[in-house]
Design a protein around this ligand. Structure first.
Ligand code: KIV
Length: 311
């Protein structure tokens, strides 16, 4: 879970495990979680000590520019997971199984194998409650740590209609409680609660032994997850109500790009600091201006070069 000293003094990096996450939860520590989609975002999150990183299929919307997560392919997810795993040396990396890659236990095993073997992730996430519980059970039985995800499940957006809070009525709330229990019983090590009312998230959290990781579900969850792009102010579309911007990168990047373009057009970039010079005597020789000019010795090789002495 951290860097420890070795007898030789070299730093040994230890990867966070699902047992570490369970221990944090048992110790009452809240679990900060963030999505990452590439090497730099993963590296920054890892260096900041974030213990749990999700390569979310939100990748499709915030990085690849699709309208929904439904369009994201397994190949795209695995490709980005590999980059995240290269950047995150301590955090537990969870790969988000894309839409329709886990309708059956066999499909799920195949997709999970790609995340763990090709992608290097340590766990996968699947959306759905009671309907997905048998798949979770199979994955866990086969050694794949699983994170569940209930409440708003964006992969079902075409069935749900639009992004909105889930579980506000008595029946919906009870259904979500049953979903949460089924996911936990199936062996998930954690569960994302997306866009559900605060009290319901609190009640589910109290009833589960595994940590709940909330997004838009209030402060009573065992941890919180946010999209890297939202909290850094990089989101192109609107910021969801539940997100808090810790930086305003879009504005900063736009300003920086304008400044760069201006410097290039007015000739002030690159300057002395960004420029390399070669030894002037060597350069004189290159152009055939030097008394030490040895170009003749190489006759034939450089015949076509227009040297100063021939001009
Ligand atoms: O894809 C994603 O980023 C997610 C989070 C919203 C939990 O599933």
């Amino acid at each position: 879970m951290s860097a420890t000293g070795t007898p030789g003094g070299a730093e040994r990096i230890v990867r966070t495990t699902v047992a570490d996450i369970a221990r944090m939860h048992a110790d009452g520590q809240r679990i900060p979680t963030v999505t990452a989609y590439d090497y730099p975002s993963a590296r920054l999150a890892d260096e900041a000590g974030i213990p749990l990183i999700l390569v979310g299929d939100s990748l499709g919307q915030v990085i690849l520019g699709y309208e929904t997560t439904v369009r994201v392919s397994l190949d795209e997810m695995v490709h980005h997971t590999r980059a995240v795993v290269r950047g995150a040396r301590r955090a537990l990396v969870v790969g988000d199984m894309p839409f329709l890659t886990y309708p059956t236990a066999d499909d799920a095993l195949g997709a999970a194998a790609r995340f763990l073997q090709e992608g290097g992730a340590q766990a996968v996430k699947v959306e759905g409650g009671r309907r997905t519980a048998p798949v979770i059970e199979t994955l866990v039985r086969n050694g794949v740590p699983v994170m569940g995800h209930i409440g708003l499940t964006p992969q079902a957006i075409h069935a749900i209609g639009k992004v909105r809070v889930q579980g506000k009525t008595r029946d919906q709330a009870r259904a979500l409680m049953a979903d949460a229990l089924a996911v936990a019983e199936a062996g998930a090590f954690a569960i994302v609660l997306e866009l559900i009312p605060e009290q319901l998230a609190g009640a589910i959290t109290e009833r589960l032994r595994i940590p709940t990781i909330g997004i838009g579900s209030g402060p009573l969850c065992s941890g919180q997850i946010q999209l890297f792009t939202d909290i850094m102010g990089l989101s192109v579309d609107h910021l969801p109500r539940h997100a808090r911007r810790y930086l305003h990168l879009r504005e900063s990047i736009a300003e920086a790009l304008h400044a760069y373009a201006t410097d290039v057009t007015d000739g002030s970039f690159p300057g002395v600091a960004e420029t390399v010079r070669m030894d002037d005597a060597v350069f004189e020789e290159v152009l055939g201006r030097s008394p030490l000019d040895r170009a003749d010795a190489d006759a034939g090789l450089y015949d076509a070069l227009p040297l100063d002495r021939d001009l």
